[in-house]
Design a protein around this ligand. Structure first.
Ligand code: UDP
Length: 320
């Protein structure tokens, strides 16, 4: 059994990203000292500006595919650096492969050096276009390694393999979270994912773009619930991948209609071509998270969408 540890000083890679910045905020609120690294490829200073004056927060503009140096002790490393939107898979494919492989290697090396617990941000994309639903952690997935999405899926699958190799071979204390679709404040208006696209289109009364016939599903989790699940995993003794995600499975057409309704928009829905290898269904089996972490989401989809709407209204206002 892994030893119990107190987590006081933490490195978050991708600390200026959507999830990374929420994690930094929560860790600071829990009394930790937080060091955030981000190369700002998809992360944004705007996400962490309010944390900069905090005496226990340090930010470094740094690319974690390079050699990593952190002075002093580290109790945990949360490796969240990576572009994650399907639009990025075409825009920055090599950077995605590099941060999942080289970046994971460097951060694991640092965890070994510091004796720190290492938590990998993995993904439901490990399951690809799944032939099993809901997806349990034991499912090995259905991924096209040479497809456009393959750069992200395979980078994260490699990252999981590397993480387990460091655990088995070097005894590094590791945790792996497989993150399902998450939404909330700090998503980028133009990052190309369904929720930001739908909100920015609906709030501008522009056509809402549903890809394919919109029957493909995703299970969407509000960011605060996800962060709670990740921190429970970090503090748990469970080694091996754990799905964190919501059971609220919706089709993309339903989601588009929900966003139009909640924004009181006059937008119409238009159908566009489905991107290659776009998963048809996605829903986590969260038995393990419930059993090991006593975790399940608290925020309803409607409430999460309302909070996200308010954020996008503010963001679009800022752009004007
Ligand atoms: N999607 C859509 N319209 C958009 C953007 C995305 O219909 O403007 C679809 C996309 O094809 C996929 C789903 O929404 O089926 C979720 O896409 P997203 O990019 O949010 O994340 P994914 O779960 O595919 O990684």
């Amino acid at each position: 059994m892994a030893r119990q540890r107190t987590i006081r000083r933490v490195l978050v890679t991708g600390g200026a990203g959507f999830l990374g910045s929420h994690l930094c905020e929560r860790l600071l609120a829990d009394g930790c000292e937080v060091i955030a690294f981000d190369n700002l490829l998809t992360g944004r200073m705007q996400n962490v500006e309010h944390l900069l004056p905090h005496p226990h927060f340090t930010f470094e503009h740094y690319d974690v595919t390079n050699h990593l140096y952190v002075a002093g002790p580290l109790d945990a490393i949360l490796h969240f650096a990576s572009p994650a939107s399907p639009a990025d898979f075409e825009r920055v494919p090599i950077q995605i492969l590099k941060v999942g492989s080289l970046g994971t290697h460097k951060t694991l090396g640092l965890a070994k050096e510091k004796g720190a617990r290492f938590l990998l941000a993995s993904t439901s994309e490990c399951y690809g276009d799944p032939e099993v639903t809901p997806q349990p952690e034991t499912y090995w997935g259905n991924v096209n390694p040479i497809g456009i999405r393959g750069v992200y899926d395979e980078a994260k699958r490699f990252a999981e393999a590397m993480t387990m190799a460091y655990h088995r071979h070097h005894g590094v204390d590791v945790r792996i979270v497989r993150i399902f679709n998450t939404f909330g404040p700090r998503m980028q208006v133009d990052d190309g994912r369904a929720i930001p696209n739908f909100f920015s289109q609906a709030l501008r009364d522009e056509p809402v773009t549903v890809y394919g016939d919109g029957s493909q599903t995703r299970s969407i989790c509000y960011v605060d619930d996800l962060v709670e699940g990740i921190l429970r995993l970090l503090r748990s003794e469970y080694v091996g991948p754990v799905n964190i995600g919501s059971q609220a499975e919706v089709s993309m057409l339903e989601l588009a209609k929900m966003v139009i309704a909640i924004t009181d928009s006059s937008s119409e829905i238009v159908f566009e071509e489905l991107p290659p290898d776009d998963p048809k269904v996605r829903r986590p089996d969260t038995t393990l998270a419930r059993r090991e972490l006593d975790w399940s989401p608290r925020v309803s989809v409607e409430e999460g969408l309302r909070r996200t709407r308010d954020y996008f209204i503010e963001e679009l206002g800022r752009e004007k």
